[in-house]
Design a protein around this ligand. Structure first.
Ligand code: SF4
Ligand code: SF4
Length: 107
């Protein structure tokens, strides 16, 4: 089991989760963050810290958000050598699914 960042993070990206992750396995793209499922120890700290409820345990991911599990796997394989957002900063590239989402209106 692992945690997954879903649609609610896109264009929000406040990084509260990054500061809480004990193993630095959350990576930062341009419009969203991504958890490396191979590095995640499933502690739940990011889930508790996210003000947008964007982080879900994988067993809790609803049908309409399940594609974000594959998004994380694919994005990490392509863009995230070990290091995490605290050391690597903004990688600046998103998975094509995230990049193709309409921009959320600024409030
Ligand atoms: S569940 Fe824990 S280890 Fe996994 S990404 Fe969240 S804070 Fe990091
Ligand atoms: S705390 Fe939630 S909304 Fe903020 S960057 Fe992390 S996953 Fe995204």
């Amino acid at each position: 089991m692992t945690c997954v960042i879903t649609d609610a993070c896109v264009d929000v990206k406040d990084r509260s989760c990054v500061n809480e992750c004990p193993v630095d396995c959350i990576y930062e793209g341009d419009r969203a963050l991504y958890i490396n499922p191979d590095e995640c120890i499933d502690c739940g700290a990011c889930e508790a810290a996210c003000p947008s409820n964007a982080v879900l345990f994988d067993i809790d991911v609803p049908e309409g958000q399940k594609s974000f599990q594959a998004v994380a796997v694919e994005w990490v394989a392509e863009h995230a050598a070990a290091g995490g957002a605290t050391r690597r900063g903004v990688i600046g590239i998103d998975h094509s699914l995230v990049a193709g989402l309409p921009r959320k209106a600024e409030s």
